[in-house]
Design a protein around this ligand. Structure first.
Ligand code: IPD
Length: 269
């Protein structure tokens, strides 16, 4: 199977990173700094990222790296690139709220090949290889078979930089409260996507995400039979900040609701 070695090394890197994150969590004293408004970084993010990069570069020295804390890019190089979020859900981690994960993906020629999301507090390991299905702790997973939006559970995240969007976000939120079973905001987009992949959420949407938040979870959803697009229903979601994911029916429902609530300008990158 292609990329098997890459998946094994990815697992090793994520498990080592998870041990580091757990040690910091148990210590409960670590430095927390602000990269921007409500955008936190802790010692644990840096230590986790360093360990992941060390393990990946030792095994694959030629590959490029796009990592949240050290090597940001705004587009993908043409060859192989590892896209890393050393702690997705840093705010949860910093507050001791147990929902945070390591997210690692390998993209090759602008297409996702290997994906791993390890939710550290619950030790839920989600993996996928292109064309080989998606797994949670080794068991095959699939998106929800519930196609009825009125009986769906939706995940989201709130924007914290582009606050001019808040009114439209609230308009959408009100519609979803009326039309679904409810909306949840766990605070870790990579894990939110995995919650769609294993059928806990029928759909997910968010504005303001970065490539490292979505690079792995999106392949896990696709391999679990789901759909991922930007807010226009197109493919500019990796760097386009706006994502919709879900089973086919609820993805279509969310797209329609979003496009009715936001201006044309706010739907576009
Ligand atoms: C954050 C989480 C959160 C989302 C934020 C992201 P980080 O990632 O995914 O759920 O709402 O937009 O920035 O900063 O903890 O890696």
């Amino acid at each position: 199977m292609k990329y098997t070695k890459e998946l094994e090394i990815t697992k090793k890197a994520a498990i080592e990173a998870s041990k580091i994150i757990t040690e910091y969590a148990e210590r409960t004293s670590f430095s927390i700094e602000l990269k921007g408004k409500n955008d936190l970084i802790t010692d644990a993010d840096v230590a986790s990222e360093n360990k992941i990069i060390e393990i990946l570069t030792e095994a694959f020295p030629e590959d490029a790296i796009l990592a949240e804390e050290s090597s940001q890019r705004t587009e993908l190089p043409s060859g192989r690139v590892w896209i890393i979020d050393p702690i997705d859900g840093t705010t949860n981690f910093a507050h001791g709220f147990p929902a945070y994960c390591v997210s690692i993906a390998l993209w090759d020629n602008k297409s996702p090949k290997v994906a791993l999301v390890l939710e550290v507090a619950k030790q839920e390991l989600f993996t996928a290889l292109e064309g080989e299905g998606a797994y949670l702790n080794g068991k095959s997973i699939h998106v929800s078979g519930n196609n009825d939006p009125s009986a769906s559970l939706i995940g989201t995240g709130f924007p914290y930089r582009d606050l001019h969007l808040v009114d439209d976000y609230l308009k959408l939120f009100k519609r979803l409260m009326e039309k679904t079973h409810g909306v949840r905001r766990p605070g870790t987009a990579a894990w939110d996507l995995c919650n769609v992949a294993c059928g806990r959420f029928e759909g997910f949407y968010e504005y303001g995400l970065s490539a490292w938040d979505v690079a792995a979870g999106s392949l896990i959803i696709k391999e679990a039979g789901g759909v991922v697009t930007d807010w226009r229903g197109e493919s500019d979601w990796l760097f386009g900040k706006r994502i919709i994911a879900g089973n086919e029916a609820v993805h279509a429902f969310l797209g329609k609701e979003i496009r009715q609530c936001f201006s044309q300008q706010d739907l576009t990158h």
